[in-house]
Design a binder for this molecule. Sequence first.
Ligand SMILES: [Zn+2]
Length: 150
Amino acid sequence: MIHFAATVALAPAAPGAYALWLRLHAPIAVRAGKSTTMLAPGDYLYCGSANGPGGLRARLARHWRREKRAHWHVDQLTVAGDILGAFVVAGGSECALNAALGALPNPLPGFGSSDCRRCVSHLRFFPATARLPSQWENARKAARFTPPPP
Ligand SMILES: [Zn+2]
């Protein structure tokens, strides 16, 4: 079951997977492995998993925090842009979430998927005209969340 959490407090403390909904207001150069690319302003979805103490809530709290030592590829986006919310699945798999977003482009191969053989990247560009899978849309509507205009 997928849920949408517009704030950290709404995310479960259980382990699981999430898709972080990010918005960049200006282009930024991001690095993944040996590749660097410019990400255009706009929305992105990053799929990750949280299996440590505090589960999804603790991991999302870290993503939401601006002050942090860069550790993951996605930290480059979370310090530069805004987090609009996160789709969360307790007990879920980040690769399954990423696969559900297969219609969305991968702007930077290798981003967030260094230890994953299935996915080209765990970062998807999310154009304003694109539609999310219906279960995701239903989760967003159930949370009464509408993204702010760009
Ligand atoms: Zn993967």
